[in-house]
Design a protein around this ligand. Structure first.
Ligand code: SF4
Length: 199
């Protein structure tokens, strides 16, 4: 069957003759950006990083009903060094913020961040001293997913939006020639000390 197909292609008068070209070889002409982005957006490895209730929805996204394997993203990695997508699923406490940033820094570039749910995006209902009021204060966010909790469909929609964003990236950006500005971490406020004699 292969041999017959080769014969048909070779006899196609619209195919230009290229001297010294091997018989049966295929030629693909595209931009390097396009082929690199195609490979990257279809093989994103998310980090295993669930913080609160939103993580349950993130887990079900990887289950058989929603199945992000269709996007080549089903391999949740346990090590940041093998992941290029951080899905911040849940509220980020101020105690967790430096840990989150360290994990982000350990991920290889290029890397992306999805802020999943109201808590991760703006603190949600937890407008208090313990919760970071938006994870974009800690790491640069590419896509925000609204909701409390967002459904797996909403997360899949965000991942498609991320794929569209990756598609528009240029190689200079991919090589981090112009690195994106990253939020600076606030130094933790000093713990108040009890003075002697205070009750
Ligand atoms: S957005 Fe809602 S579901 Fe998600 S972590 Fe916050 S409270 Fe939980």
């Amino acid at each position: 069957m292969d041999k017959r197909v080769q014969e048909v292609v070779l006899r196609d008068s619209a195919t230009p003759a290229i001297p010294n070209m091997e018989v049966g070889g295929n030629v693909l002409i595209t931009r390097l950006d396009e082929i690199v982005n195609w490979a990257r957006r279809n093989s994103i490895f998310p980090l295993t990083f669930g913080l609160a209730c939103c993580a349950i929805e993130m887990m079900s996204t990887a289950g058989s009903r929603f199945d992000i394997a269709r996007f080549g993203m089903e391999v949740f990695r346990a090590s940041p060094r093998q992941a290029d997508l951080m899905i911040v699923a849940g509220r980020v406490s101020k105690k967790m913020a430096p840990v989150l940033r360290q994990i982000y820094d350990q991920m290889p570039s290029p890397k992306w961040v999805v802020s999943m749910g109201a808590c991760a995006s703006c603190g949600g209902i937890f407008n208090n001293y313990a919760i970071v009021q938006g994870v974009d204060q800690i790491v640069p966010v590419d896509v925000y997913v609204p909701g409390c909790p967002p459904s797996p469909d909403a997360l899949i929609y965000a991942l498609i939006k991320l794929q569209q964003k990756i598609r528009t990236q240029r190689l200079g950006m991919l090589l981090e020639l112009n690195p994106r500005p990253q939020p600076a971490l606030e130094s933790p406020s000093p713990t108040p000390q009890l003075s002697e004699g205070s009750s």
